[in-house]
Design a protein around this ligand. Sequence first.
Ligand code: HEM
Length: 512
Amino acid sequence: MGSTEKTKLNDVGLVKCPFNNNGGIEQHQANGTPAGKLTTAGNMTSPPGPRGVPVFGQAFNLDMDHMHLTFMEWQKRFGDMFMFKILGKHFMVVSHPDILRKLFATCEHANAFNDRAHSFMNKYVIHNSKDILFRNMDDKQQFLKNAATNFFENQLVEEKWFYSAVTDEIRLLVSEIECLIDREVDIIGIMDKLVIKIMGLVLTGNRITESSREFDSLAGFIVPANELATVKNASVLTKLPMLRKVPGKLKNLYDALEAKKNDLREVFLNGTGQCERGLVFMLRNLRVTMGMEGGESWIDDDFIMGVVMDLIPAAILPLQNILSVLFLVLVHHPEVQNKIRGELTSLNADVRIDDIMKLPYIDACILELKRFHTPLPVSARHCNRSGDAMFENYNIPKNTEIFSNLFGIHHDERFFNDPWSYKPERFIAEDGSRVGPEHPVMKNMVVMGVGPRRCVGSTFSEKVMFLVVTILMKNFRLCSNRQQELPPCDPRKFTSGIVTKAPDFKCVFQPA
Ligand code: HEM
């Protein structure tokens, strides 16, 4: 645990800050304004945290590009729940899986902590949060989320077309890689394209190729969306949205995003490339069904576009980025590749999507990849927008933005032994099976978030990763590129951002 001064708080074992007010730590006093509708927390204190400079607070101490690394440092000083301010705004960071579950799922005011922070993105890009990811947790958000979850977790699995199309896409890749044996391969670029094709398939129900408008449109939207979502750009625009109209870098970026948004709308809403099984069709169908049941449906085109746009930060980037890390890990660990191939020999036929149950080591490799990488290191921010709220005897002032320190949790020795090593075996039980959901390592896995705002694409992304790993490993051995030094396989060194990625590297494929 590091500091022996830390004391345990209550049944969940929360590490509480060991210092008092004069230990260089700010104890945020509740602001004395009338409490919001949640509590009457008038004279309660807020969680401890680093004392900042006047007005700017921690603006100069927080590494905006690697917030998760700063949060790991602060967790050691201030405990599992700490708070800091930037420009008068409160931010809270939670670094314990049980506290997260309590805060977002089981405590009395859990719902209040499941709204999203106000941001430039939800107001100006996502049409005032007509979507799932950026919207507050109201009935419409829950309705759309249930529909999307059902689509990804059930419909795509039951209707066999989808995973057989994904399998075909990966097999095509195998034929392409066969022509590149022993040559330097940009595996990150290849995986980036594969994920766009898979998401094109999700949206339209049809295979999309690299030369299609759908591919271009998705790939084109990702670039400005990613740039605008950086912490620096997003916070400046949230504070000063009028900058989107002032000639300069931010206006150019916003204009580029709007142009790509129109393109996305043209292609996915008005285009002809749809068939009766994609996500856009499902949402339109839902609108029609609601209309037929009387009354008008609130699912307008903006809502459908909102869900399409959600998939860029929520699905495409995490999937692309975790696949980049997968290959870096595999090149660094030839022994893991050998074990994967060893396990694959137990299958008589070609790999099928439900074989994951029969292949515990590969399943464990995917779980360990999710832990080791933690693509969204600080998750998506939650916010108690409806009022002050009390939690663990602390007052959490209205509009506090809450970070789940997922990266910190997954690399904390209290929860995972030897956390900086990639060790799939931690998920394997003594009898060789994969550990069950009650095992501590499973309970400490929070990579997809917890509670009602948990990720929609958990099973979906595991299945995609499973197909990529098994089909490629069955055919090839991956080696490092002798001309270029391989970047270290250290998640602290991955690229910065809301969704982190492996540093650029090339590798070499050889026949298995
Ligand atoms: C390895 C890949 C992925 C990771 C690590 C990941 C992780 C996460 C995390 C941490 C959240 C935030 C949870 C919270 O707010 O507490 C989230 C939300 C979300 N994810 Fe994922 N995700 C992944 C892939 C996907 C995929 C493939 C999809 C779509 C098929 C998806 C759709 C969503 C949506 C729509 C939300 C918003 C849910 C809400 O706000 O209620 N994600 N994801």
